[in-house]
Design a protein around this ligand. Sequence first.
Ligand code: ATP
Ligand code: MG
Length: 420
Amino acid sequence: MSTFQAPKGTYDLIPPRSATFLAVRDAISTPVKNAGYGYIETPGFENVELFSRGVGESTDIVTKEMYTLTTKGNDYLALRPEGTASVLRAALQANLHKQGNLPVKLWYSGSYYRYERQQAGRYRHFSQVGAEAIGAEDPALDAELIILADQAYRTLGLRNFRILLNSLGDKECRPVYREALQTFLRGLDLDEETLRRAEINPLRVLDDKRADVQKQLVGAPVLTDYLCDACKTYHAEVRELLTAAGVAFEDDVKLVRGLDYYTRTTFEFVHGGLGSQSAVGGGGRYDGLSEMIGGPALPSVGWALGVDRTVLALEAEGIELDVPSATSVFAVPLGEEARRVLFGKITELRKAGVAADFSYGGKGLKGAMKDANRSGARYAVVAGERDLAEGVVQLKDMESGEQEPVALDALVEAVRAKLA
Ligand code: ATP
Ligand code: MG
């Protein structure tokens, strides 16, 4: 094993690609901030119980994918595999739901950990931006979240994605459907593990990616046919609001998603350029989650968008985000005195809000100009002893190559005027 090797299933974000990650997080969070969602940050680990109760004992996430550890103090913890359970736990702990302002709208951004088989677009450490609206049952809230995610992807320039939409019913109608599906599944030729899954969480079997399983599922009872009137009305309203907002979606009666806590609205954003890891984001309504983790009834809805896969989707569509060069001005000092004077000027420029950098390491003109080029700066400020004796620096336009002397005292203003 090489010493300089990140653990399996992980990778480092390094410049310049890392700038795209920041831009994606920004593009996703901007619309939610604009819609009244407040920022929340929770710990990178939680008690395992939160996830086993919240995400669900029968899910892959809990049975196979969690990184768990026992601390020296005998706490049984898990690195967070997802964000919703933590956010709800934190909201309950802070009594955010008791302040008469439901729904509580929160957004987050962070790292998540799942012990999965590494594939393109599937990692053991990945990054999500999520949004949750806690404590209100209102189809407009479900629609709002889908519209905001759609807006985020469109702002980034993505076009080759689709929105899949389904309703999973509620505690009235889902058990009836569950029963019918189970009866159907018991009559199929399935392997032992899948049969066991059919007993614990039959809806998950619909999500099975294997072709031979999918073939047998043709003719399986469809949840849509079992929805109670309240769920039907709710779902129709979500669909109408999306249509009115001009957001195109496709009904997908087999969309169940990998977490147990979803009720009613579920959705997934899938991208056409990502191969089998096609989901760039997903979410839905989780009306029962609060009670599952020991809280009061708090119907809620949310989504999590995968930053890594969104970046891959941008690359698949050949979209280069307009990430401006980090540096506008680069200082090239020639000699000791110039070093001190220009370092002072760089500090002044930065205070004035101009992105500025400096050639460190006492390089000569050639090496320092190479640094200036590499920085992508629009202007270089060059000064040697003779310039300083005259009270000037040379301001060089790195695009045209033109150079002019500027009085030291006037430098900050001159640069600001040129950049404006
Ligand atoms: P998948 O079906 O691909 O396993 P999921 O249903 O497990 O996805 P969610 O739990 O809904 O995913 O997480 C939301 C988003 O987070 C996904 O749509 C995806 O973009 C991203 N994501 C989930 N797991 C990973 C992973 N292991 N590596 C990279 N991104 C991931
Ligand atoms: Mg998964």
